[in-house]
Every structure is written in C-alpha cells, then in structure tokens.
Design a protein around this ligand. Sequence first.
Ligand code: ATP
Length: 361
Amino acid sequence: MAFLEIVGVRKSFGATVAVEHFDLTVERGEFVSFLGPSGCGKTTTLRMVAGFEKPTTGRIIIDGVDVTDMPPNRRNIGMVFQSYALFPNMTVAENIGFGLKIARRPADEIRARVEELLRIMHMPEFGRRYPYQLSGGQQQRVALARALAIHPKVLLLDEPLSALDAKIRASLRQEIREIQRQLGITTIYVTHDQEEAMALSDRIVVMSRGRVEQIGTPFEVYNFPATRFVASFVGTLNLIQATVVDAALGLLSIEGRPIRVARPLVQHRPGDAISLAIRPELIALDGQMNGEVNRLSGIVEDVTFLGSIVRVQVHLSANKLHLDLFNNPQLRPPQPGSSITVQFAPEACLVLGEDGSPHHS
Ligand code: ATP
C-alpha cells in the first residue's frame, strides 16, 4: 500500500530548476534512498516532503493525507541532518524528549519514551550527559533518537553519516538499518555515497540534474542501469569503445577482436561506434570461465591490492580496462608489465547507446 506519494513534483528557485518530473510511491515501512551527485536535487526533494519547501507544482501525500500545504510541524515527520544539531545546553535525555515536551506530553510518558530510546540506541547510561561529552557517532544516535521520539510517520535522513569517520560510518549505517527494520518506520535517506545507498535501501532513486534517472532495488540499479549516468555513477565500470559488426547477432569488434553480447543490438547498425560497459568483477583471467566467452589481450599496467579484491589495470591497444579478482593467498597476482589475456561472458556486457538510452545485453 502506498504510504508516501510524491506526485508530479517540480521545484524551481527563480530561473533554477532544482527538481523536475519527480514521481515516487513509497510503501509503508520501506527504506528508500535518494542518490546522486551534489546539486542534483536530493535535499530539495527531501525538504519538500518535510514541508520546509513548497513544490512549485505537484503534491505530497502522506498516509492518504495531502500535506502539500501543511506546515512541517503538522506533518508528523522525524528528521536527522548531517550536522548533529543537538541543543548544546540540554542533556541527552532532554534533547530526546524535546519534541514530546513541546507536544505537552506528561512527564512520566516522556521519561519512559526517553529510556526506551536510549535502550534502542544502546546508550542507556548516557541520559545525563551533554552533547559535548559525546563522540560524533553518539551525537548522531541521539539525533536519531530525538527524531524517533515523537513516533513520526516518516523518518527523513539527510546525509546523517557524512561527518563521521569511515569505521563509525559503517557501524552506524548497520545500526540505522536495524533500528529502521525493528520499528518498521518508512524512511527516506539522502546520500551521494552509492555504497551507503546500496547497503541500506530497499529501493534507490538515482537522480541527476533535478531528474529521476532510475528507481529500483540496489540489485536492479547496479546490474541493470537504465541510463549511462546510472551505470557510471553506481559502482565502478569499464567503458570500452566497440564497433557494431552484426546488430541482429549481437556481434561487435573491439580493437579488431570479435566480441559477442547476449542480445541483439536493436538500436544499432553495422559500423556504429558504441560504448560497451562491463563491471570489473565480471572480467576474469583467461582459463577461469566456462561456456562462451570473449577474449581480449593486453599488458598489465597496474595492480592494486585492496584486501578482499585485487584490482588489475590492463592496457589494450586503444582501451584500458580494470578487472577485479578475489584475493587468493595461493595465487600470485599478475605482475605489471606482463602480457595478459582476459575473458568475459556475453551476458556481462551492457550496451549503452550514444543517446544514453539503455538496453541490457
Ligand atoms: P547536495 O548533496 O550538495 O546537498 P543536492 O542534490 O541535495 O546537493 P539540492 O540542495 O537539492 O541538491 O539543490 C538542487 C539545486 O537547487 C542546486 O542547483 C541548488 O543550487 C539549487 N537550490 C537549492 N536550494 C536553493 C535555494 N533556496 N535558492 C536557490 N537555489 C537553490
């Protein structure tokens, strides 16, 4: 059932169009991320859901109620920002209970709710501390508890982890997801970090220049990108120049070598120059794959040991490509300067047309 609906929303600031043609339906309890580069309109969209900005056109509907003209404080929304924005002169408990106090809830109820949230946040002993006595990660957990205290219908998170260092970011990310699942709260999460969006979300809305490029599960967005932008923004991608040989048979040529893709190239003619996109983890060393494979040879240019994977950069004649190998202590990685032949399945190839329109081969 649709719980939150963003219908035909557009927002302009004078001549600047920040968001256009935005349509989204979020299910109750769903975790949806807005993902895109700086300036693509993520925050503006979130602020329209919160009520801090009014759409130029379009409607926002929460739980069946059109809230487009409703002020933020009547929408029953919890919000967490990048900067923790805790009240510095209030204790942790007072910060968490603030919204309930404003709503004139009885003191007993506030105390019980604050204790419950401190427990959920794994911070039962922290109620009497002040924000300056907390680490960044703890402050952000308090900000989250404060947002949740009022039992909001929707939780909105705007880059809540970006001020934290990598380790804390990863553990708090996990915690946010667990708490969200436990409470079943409908959540929208703004981020420019594709890894974060993939790890957290039921669905991702990929945005670019004020427009929705694709809405899908992390699996769909990564494996079946709808546009060239999505393909290159989400994950690492090799883009290799190829020429169409036989469109109906899915036959291409890369640097004179025949390459087969899994589907006909419906939009192309022989001789067309196209970009072939392949994820690095779908390219293997020669001899490692069964079935029909494409082969290309080149020289190893660089090898980067990243722990669980080893990234190898290969120089073909006119193209470069990266392949990711799983770390294996029994196998020495390829050495820079050596010759190498790599292979990949026809199914690994994404054909991205010059117009950016997708079709998965
Ligand atoms: P970031 O990750 O940097 O916050 P974003 O994707 O959240 O980026 P928005 O903050 O939504 O992007 O901004 C989208 C566009 O709208 C930008 O071009 C921005 O300059 C413009 N914009 C946002 N708010 C205003 C405003 N109050 N007045 C004028 N232009 C604005």
